[in-house]
Design a protein around this ligand. Structure first.
Ligand code: ZN
Length: 252
């Protein structure tokens, strides 16, 4: 695979640092006490209406509950806004990011979460890859989504790289779930996104999903968020962080 391969940039495979501390160090718009906040509107990020995008949307509406579908849409808008303001040179394909956003929590669907010993994001990434291929996406798009979904909770790795698609997915999901980096977006945009795709108690919903997975699979990848030496039956730090999301409290 040559670095001249145009699909590398188009589908968000361009390598960037994994650690946000590295990514945002001396950053022209994101570092310092007053990061740039652009007053976008939803209409600045039209939802792709390609046959693949529509098919994936239909698929997740059958598989996921409404709060998770709404969260997935917030992740789409927050991610694209972060890119447009703070990473304007990243040429992320909107369709690829849209279907990755929609599919990223597929593994939380009850029939996937409890029917496998795989951690939810790994199972979800595998099912998502198959779904994209079956619904007409090409192999690079399916791989891009799968790679990003596998790694979307890999947020404690300090070294190494990740795809731009994976980085945006990590930043946007953590922003919605835990409330970090909200200072990189304009409050009016956060308000517009959460009005169009309401949280309706998403924090509690997601915290319970984490606790369910920890109980079913005390080996799962989500335990990387827990205290060292965490064992089955101990309270979840991750669920506590999600329930303690002060930045999104007003929208719950
Ligand atoms: Zn999520």
């Amino acid at each position: 695979m040559s670095h001249q391969d145009p699909t590398i940039e188009r589908y968000g495979f361009t390598a960037v640092p994994r650690d946000p501390d590295v990514l945002f160090k001396d950053h022209p718009t994101a570092s310092g006490p007053h990061p740039r906040q652009d007053p976008f509107e939803l209409a600045d990020f039209p939802i792709p209406e390609t046959p693949l995008a529509k098919a994936v949307h239909e698929f997740v509406q059958k598989e996921l509950d409404p709060p998770t579908v709404a969260h997935s849409h917030r992740v789409f808008f927050f991610g694209l806004a972060l890119v447009r303001t703070h990473f304007p040179t990243w040429r992320l394909d909107a369709e690829t990011y849209y279907l990755t956003s929609l599919l990223h929590d597929l593994g939380l669907a009850a029939r996937f979460l409890s029917s496998t010993k795989l951690s939810f994001e790994f199972r979800g990434a595998i099912v998502a890859r198959d779904a994209v291929l079956q619904l007409g996406g090409d192999g690079d798009v399916a791989d891009a989504a799968c790679e990003a979904i596998v790694r979307h909770q890999d947020v404690f790795v300090k070294g190494g790289n990740i795809t731009t698609l994976g980085q945006v997915l990590q930043l946007a999901t953590i922003l919605d779930n835990v409330g970090t980096l909200t200072s990189l977006l304009h409050p009016s945009f956060i308000s517009a996104v959460t009005t169009a795709y309401p949280r309706k108690g998403w924090g509690e919903h997601f915290a319970r999903a984490i606790e369910t997975e920890l109980a079913l699979k005390p080996w799962c990848h989500s335990t990387t968020f827990e205290v060292p030496g965490w064992r089955e039956g101990m309270p979840s730090r991750f669920a506590g962080l999600v329930r303690g999301n002060e930045a999104m409290r007003a929208y719950e």
